[in-house]
Design a binder for this molecule. Structure first.
Ligand code: SF4
Ligand code: SF4
Length: 414
């Protein structure tokens, strides 16, 4: 019998080891906001003992971040994320989605919608108004998120001394551009390409790609995620040895592409997808110029928990002499961004974020930058730091390695 993913919850023995790893349980202390409590609700949902319209089912499953922080600590190997995906599909089929979610997911379904809107957001960001208005209210927080998407300031960077060397041999890597990353984080795409080329990869561009579908899948619209995966699988078919992704959420979805599309193209994109840190760590990477600054590494859930990539970002940062990198308490826990979660459930998203901001604020010595490899985390943490009036920036780890290479003069500005 096809149980649609609920079978992934079967190994749960209710031991409770996952509770301290769950950000929503830590924020509320309510068992129903824990993985163990939610698994009971999901089992009752599958068995028909609770209806999808039951307010408790909706409240506590909607409050789950989908961060999968409960998976690596589970001794029984429960596939929480797969079970949640099945439960959310059932809830959405029965109850529909809130209007805000329908609008956002509709926009990200087609580039003809998201590209002009995000381009306008980028232009607005360039005016400096979002930085001036960043604060703790709802509008101020949104402004802080937009401002946090810009490139990290590089006060010590020197002008490039020679143009980039483009390798003529070595593995080929196709850039996954995505939607938010392509519109608001082009500087991270540029840094990805330059650092990969320094380390011997040949980077190629691929047309016809779309949003990865992670936002849709997390919100319970696996059908739209499937449509987008199939589009990307076709675009990337036989284009390169690897597909490089610098957004943890997109990378997790693309590595899971075969779950949505088990055609040869779907299986190929699953097998070839790598986070940029994995490719750079595998190559060495080459050391850059010293950056004597204090940074805190914060692990994106969909890199650390969903992809199981824990050491590669740190190995990448270790190529930067004099960079002091630490992991602060709670650096493996969700920041509250979680796709469109922060839009739908702002109070819980802020409660979860506050725990992280407190850990950063009380760190000694205080970091100059928080580095993390996911756009949602960069924007959420950046906005949280601005709301707390902390003079701490945010950056993608690959930006720092690129900054180090540029300071050394091994790559140009292209
Ligand atoms: S999900 Fe895993 S860790 Fe949590 S209660 Fe079930 S078996 Fe225990
Ligand atoms: S996915 Fe995250 S928020 Fe949801 S139950 Fe697991 S740890 Fe808690």
């Amino acid at each position: 019998m096809n149980r649609g993913g609920f079978e992934a919850l079967d190994p749960c023995v209710h031991c409770g080891f996952c509770l301290p790893a769950c950000p929503t349980y830590l924020a509320t202390g309510d068992e129903s906001d824990s993985p163990r409590g939610r698994i009971l609700l999901m089992r009752a949902l599958e068995a028909g003992e609770l209806l999808p319209s039951d307010p408790a089912v909706r409240e506590h499953l909607d409050a789950c971040l989908g961060c999968r922080g409960c998976e690596p600590v589970c001794p029984a190997g429960v596939g929480y994320g797969r079970g949640l995906e099945a439960a959310r599909e059932q809830l959405v089929r029965a109850n529909g989605l809130p209007v805000a979610a329908r609008i956002v997911l509709g926009v990200f379904r087609r580039a003809v919608w998201w590209r002009p809107l995000l381009t306008m957001a980028r232009w607005f960001r360039a005016t400096g108004i979002p930085r001036a208005l960043a604060g703790s209210g709802r509008v101020g927080f949104a402004m802080g998120m937009l401002d946090a998407s810009k490139a990290v300031d590089r006060p010590t960077a020197r002008p490039p001394v020679r143009p980039p060397d483009r390798p003529t041999a070595g593995p080929t890597v196709a850039m996954f551009r995505g939607c938010v990353m392509d519109a608001l984080f082009r500087h991270v795409h540029d840094a990805t390409r330059r650092t990969l080329e320094v380390n011997g990869y040949r980077v190629v561009e691929v047309s016809g790609q779309s949003c990865c579908g992670a936002l849709h899948d997390h919100a319970g619209r696996a059908d739209i995620a499937r449509e987008l995966v199939t589009r990307n699988a076709a675009a990337f078919a036989e284009r390169a040895d690897y597909v490089v992704v610098n957004s943890a959420g997109c990378g997790a979805l693309l590595k899971d592409a075969a779950h949505f599309d088990d055609s040869p193209a779907g299986q190929a994109i699953s097998a070839k997808t790598r986070d940029v840190s994995e490719l750079l760590a595998a190559a060495g990477p080459k050391p850059g110029a010293p950056l004597p600054i204090e940074v805190a590494y914060d692990a994106p859930c969909h890199l650390e928990h969903a992809q199981g990539v824990r050491l590669a970002p740190l190995a990448m940062l270790a190529a930067i002499p004099e960079l002091r990198v630490r992991r602060l308490p709670g650096s493996d826990q969700c920041c509250g961004s979680a796709g469109i979660y922060s839009l739908l459930n702002p109070p819980m998203a802020r409660a979860v974020l506050d725990l992280k901001i407190q850990a950063i604020a009380s760190a000694t010595p205080r970091p100059a930058l928080v580095v993390t490899g996911n756009p949602g985390c960069l924007m959420q943490i950046g906005a949280g730091l601005a709301a707390a009036r902390l003079d701490i920036g945010v950056a993608h780890p690959v930006e720092l390695l690129d900054w180090s290479y540029r300071k050394q003069g091994v790559v140009g500005s292209g």
